[in-house]
Design a protein around this ligand. Sequence first.
Ligand code: NDP
Length: 290
Amino acid sequence: MAQMLDGKSVRDKIAVELTAQIAKLDQKPELVIFQIGDVAESNTYIGQKIKFGEKIGAVVTLVKLPEDISQAEVIKEVEAKNQDETVNGIIVQLPIPKTLDKEEIIQTIDPKKDVDGQNSKTLKLLMEGKDCFIPATTQGVLTLLEHYKISLAGKHAVIVGRSTLVGKPTALAFLNKDATVTIAHSKTENLKQETRNADILIVAIGKPKMITKEFVKAGQVVIDVGINVVDQSSETRDQRPEKPKLVGDVDFENVKDIVEAITPVPGGVGPMTVASLFQNLLVAYESQNS
Ligand code: NDP
């Protein structure tokens, strides 16, 4: 059976380090999270961020905006937090209502406070291989691999998914670490052949258990970024309503016996994303106060 890449335990280790660093600061670093509308899954992700932030001694301010808010009002809210010197980091929890222009809102975030690395100025720095806030999920993957001493230089990384949130920044960050990178997506032909060629396979698709054992081979490291909420009653013959459960994009049960190392879902990349966000917040605090 594959080695488990345990994001929860690495997150807890990072929490201890961040708590000690924050305890020494004059002021607590503050993260502002904008939540627009009321997507149930966003509530879960935001809850995890608030819980982690409070645990390490940071301030996490949730700004809830109504679903029917205008674009101009959102921009005004973000600009006010840009100007607020007590705020060190700003994120807009995605998804946001389709009536709003996501791009314009994200571009409004001050790059100095862009702790989720989504602003195009930040992404340009990443593309150029310069110092910047690496998007939290990508940074989480890098930190997890580093923790388990899995090197990237010279390795063939195949990334399935090309979103601006996960796939593309992960490809750039891996390239910056001297991996040879292939990006696959929904139009890729012979996906199984591509994924089987990887030394390190990163999956960020959003399709429950799509990567079955036919997509992998022995010796690979598999990083499952996917978080999918599935109805448990559809998985069992038991017709009683069950609590929804989280599964990844990888068919973990069948893949884990083939590959060398794998992240579980939950408990793999998800906790690392939260920890990385707050590592970025601390970097933002330090650069704003130096
Ligand atoms: P997007 O929907 O933005 O992107 C999905 C990508 O997967 C697209 O590039 C798409 O290709 C590709 N794709 C879709 N279907 C297939 C297919 N059948 N074969 C190959 N590629 C396919 O999703 P995100 O990147 O935002 O998120 C991906 C997953 O990661 C989701 O489950 C999300 O919940 C999770 N996530 C987890 C985080 C964490 O902290 N662990 C953080 C952020 C996201 P194309 O471009 O051609 O359409």
